[in-house]
Design a binder for this molecule. Structure first.
Ligand code: HXC
Length: 508
């Protein structure tokens, strides 16, 4: 018996060493943790239960039959984050460069299948040279098996990807189909074809970092949601993030005890809106004063910052917040902000997370760049997402709600459950000056000024919309948190279903 136990321990020790000390040292020298170290930081202490530690590849080409490492380049299993179950796979770059073999893929698929069976999030830690070159098409098949599961799991269990090393070729498409992607600056990258191929095909010279590093993807492309300084920061952020998430679409949002009074008044919000309608203010202030303890997890903070999307809590329960940001492009809706918010709204709806929308929007961004790049189709994404969402929707118009953008931003007409306005709200087809210049074309500047003042007095307020019932109540800014909390209590048992269909046809 003791021999068998010794054998088991030896086998475990071998698996723990992955590709060996030299390769582990190389990983550390690059500022990266190993696959197992990452899992340890991510999960609660001693909660990780590894499965598939002894899986080996089945390749017999290129002398691979003599080169087998237990685990085959990916550490898989489950554990807890603050006591809640999650499933994890973590690619081990020290073993064949974390490359994906048929067996490696099978291990990932097993994790995903188990997560789907019980309803718990999947967190994938990616650090891989891509398809295991020695295995050829078997590896490609493995990728496709993972892709298929990503799609089936979408909207059923939350899927989070952490990119902590190379992620290239078709391999990028698995993370791309997950809900959120966190990257690490200077040590991770994602691209379909790397700098060498780019140079050959297009003659462009570009570094890995510029082409597909964390900054590129979290600012320009929006492929990644957040860029972190190092592995530890990203892993700790993932823990915070998972705390906001329901385990699956069958579960309620988690509840975290809070000492923050549900009816906390924020007098300073009464003074937030500047007297001049063209002067910006930071909508973050409203968000942080509205949510529990000011705790807000923003996604894509560096991309399309004219709209803010993120998770907070009210009375301990997760909410999704979408807010136009007057500090950036006056909070206008453009292609990027529409796409960003549409995806966020659909995520919240899929996982029963109520949506709080803060509106201060001057309209859609004009110009040939926007029109020729399809603002019609992309703007429609956000409209579609809000209109199909059946979760509780509470909307607060803080200042401008102009034109089509008024309709889009979770208006009453798109089944907003509670639509509030601050007294500073201006709900109109467009700004007063623009409107008057159209209606009174050819008038003198003095006449225009006079009519503008008239138009402002008539329309630059929330009461016309309130008279029509498009706004349920004009509320004091200081009572925003209380009104939202009361609203969410009321909407807790909301039931609303869309007509049966195979699926909708959102303008992709
Ligand atoms: C097998 C691989 C591998 C791979 C790396 N290794 N990539 N083994 N298959 N795809 C091995 C190396 O042989 C090496 O083994 C170890 O991993 C570390 O690799 P290095 O090159 O020493 O590391 P580094 O200098 O950091 O470079 C990392 C790298 C480079 C940029 C990822 O290894 C690389 O370019 N690899 C090939 C990438 C690639 O072309 N993959 C296929 C893409 S096509 P030793 O024994 O020396 O430690 C693809 C299609 C997917 O993925 C399609 C899905 C639909």
């Amino acid at each position: 018996m003791s021999d068998i136990i010794a054998q088991l321990e030896a086998k475990r020790a071998e698996a723990y060493m992955g590709g060996g000390q030299k390769r582990i040292d190389k990983q550390h020298a690059q500022g990266k943790l190993t696959a197992r170290e990452r899992v340890e930081v991510l999960l609660d202490e001693n909660s990780f239960e590894e499965l598939g530690m002894y899986v080996e590849h089945n390749c017999v080409d290129f002398g691979m039959e003599k080169n087998k490492i237990p685990g085959d380049g990916v550490v898989t299993g489950s554990g807890t984050i603050n006591g809640r179950l999650v499933f994890v796979f973590s690619q081990d770059f020290t073993v064949f460069g974390g490359s994906l073999s048929e067996r490696h893929a099978e291990k990932i698929c097993k994790v995903m299948d188990n997560a789907m069976k019980v309803g718990a999030p999947v967190i994938g830690i990616n650090d891989s040279g891509g398809a295991r070159i020695q295995e050829g098409v078997a590896s490609l098949g493995g990728y496709a098996e993972v892709f298929q599961r990503n799609v089936l799991a979408s909207g059923v269990v939350p899927q989070l990807s952490l990119i902590m090393g190379p992620c290239a070729g078709g391999a990028v498409y698995s993370p791309a189909m997950t809900d959120f992607i966190f990257m690490v600056k200077d040590s991770s990258y994602m691209f379909v074809t790397g700098p060498d191929v780019v140079k050959t095909v297009t003659n462009e010279v570009v570094t890995q970092e510029e082409l597909g590093g964390a900054i590129t993807h979290s600012t320009k492309t929006s492929v990644a949601d957040v860029a972190y300084e190092n592995d530890i920061e990203a892993l700790l952020a993932a823990r915070d993030f998972i705390d906001f998430m329901p385990l699956s679409n069958r579960e309620d949002v988690p509840e975290r005890p809070t000492a923050d009074p549900w009816d906390r008044m924020e007098e300073s919000l009464d003074m937030l809106i500047p007297a001049n309608a063209n002067q910006p203010y930071d909508i973050h202030e409203v968000i942080s004063k509205m949510v529990d303890e000011g705790d807000f997890f923003e996604v894509q903070p560096k991309h399309a910052a004219n709209i803010i999307c993120g998770f907070g809590r009210i009375e301990g329960k997760t909410v999704g917040v979408v807010a136009n940001q007057p500090m950036v492009l006056a909070g206008v809706l453009d292609i990027n902000s529409s796409k960003k918010a549409a995806r966020f709204v659909r995520y919240c709806d899929a996982f029963n997370i109520p949506i709080i929308t803060l509106v201060d929007v001057p309209g859609f961004l004009p110009g040939t760049a926007q029109e020729h790049n399809g603002i019609i189709k992309h703007g429609a994404k956000l409209l579609f997402a809000y209109a199909e969402a059946t979760v509780p929707k509470i909307t607060i118009i803080t200042r401008k709600a102009y034109g089509g953008a008024y309709d889009v931003m979770a208006s009453k007409h798109l089944r907003g459950d509670l639509n509030y306005a601050w007294p500073t709200a201006e709900i109109a087809v467009m700004g007063a000056k623009g409107a008057v210049e159209i209606i009174f074309r050819g008038k003198t500047p003095e006449e225009i000024a006079e009519h503008t003042a008239e138009y402002e007095a008539r329309f630059a307020n929330p009461f016309v919309a309130a008279q029509k019932g498009f706004v349920d109540e004009v509320i004091m800014p200081h009572s925003t948190r209380k009104r939202v909390a009361l609203g969410l209590r009321k909407l807790r048992n909301k039931e609303l279903e869309n007509p049966w269909k195979k699926h909708d046809n959102i303008p992709l």
